[in-house]
Design a protein around this ligand. Structure first.
Ligand code: AP5
Length: 211
């Protein structure tokens, strides 16, 4: 089954993707993670992506679409995948339709007033990528899953978050209508904590398809 996770920055896409991937064995493909890995490794793609990510803007479509096309052609995607952070505008969705068949778009709606705190308070494991919020860490500085160091993403600051939310409203939100028109959208809300509350709703929907 080929799934897209759609939602504003901080709505919980990465958190849900990690849970879905673990339960259903689908590869979790996050364009943001791919870019961050490239930045860390100092590749040409990383050099292009870095300035856009720091500014909260979208990395150019031609770079992003090519990365996703290649990734979906890999062996582990043969029986399905979970896309997190792609597509992010109508053009990317149309390109995706030219080489993939999407079965379900999980759209996480959320009260945008929550997002600044969620993102500026987020800490991620430098080793395994697990996401936490400072309010639940009790002062811990290492990952509960793997012991890696917890760090703050460079784009999780008030100025960049504001830019990311503006890009979402302008370019990504129209995808809700795009997938509603295709009748493959599942709308849910990511406002309630903890994240397992939303996962219970999402997995009940996925069980209808995957079992
Ligand atoms: P990307 O890495 O995709 O970031 P994003 O979309 O901005 O989303 P986030 O990862 O910030 O948030 P999330 O929704 O995954 O929330 P999370 O689960 O972590 O993209 C980064 C950048 O890369 C972009 O700005 C762009 O420059 C570039 N890029 C990526 N894809 C691109 C594309 N297709 N085209 C062009 N450019 C692209 O949760 C957030 C926090 O909330 C965490 O602390 C978490 O613990 C907490 N939390 C989650 N759920 C709950 C809950 N239910 N209750 C309480 N807390 C919760």
């Amino acid at each position: 089954m080929n799934i897209i996770l759609l939602g504003a920055p901080g709505s919980g896409k990465g958190t849900q993707a990690s849970m879905i991937s673990e339960r259903y064995g689908l590869p979790h493909i996050s364009t943001g993670d791919i870019f961050r890995a490239n930045i860390k490794a100092g590749t040409d793609i990383g050099k292009v992506a870095e300035s856009y990510i720091k500014a909260g803007k979208l990395v150019p479509d031609e770079v992003t679409c090519e990365i996703v096309k290649r990734r979906l052609a890999e062996e582990d995607c043969k029986n399905g995948y979970l896309l997190d952070g792609f597509p992010r505008n109508i053009y990317q969705a149309e390109v995706l339709d030219s080489f993939a068949k999407i079965d379900l778009c999980i759209n996480i709606n959320i009260d945008h007033a929550l997002l600044m705190d969620r993102l500026c308070g987020r800490r991620v494991c430098a080793k395994c990528g697990e996401s936490y919020h400072v309010s639940t860490l009790g002062g811990a500085t290492t990952c509960a899953k793997c012991g890696g160091e917890l760090i703050q993403r460079k784009d999780d600051n008030p100025e960049t978050v504001s830019a990311r939310l503006a890009v979402y409203n302008d370019q990504t939100a129209p995808l809700i209508n795009y997938y509603t028109d295709k009748e493959i959208i599942f709308n849910c809300t990511g406002t309630e904590a903890p994240a397992s509350t939303l996962f219970a709703v999402v997995s009940a929907e996925l069980d209808k398809f995957i079992g």
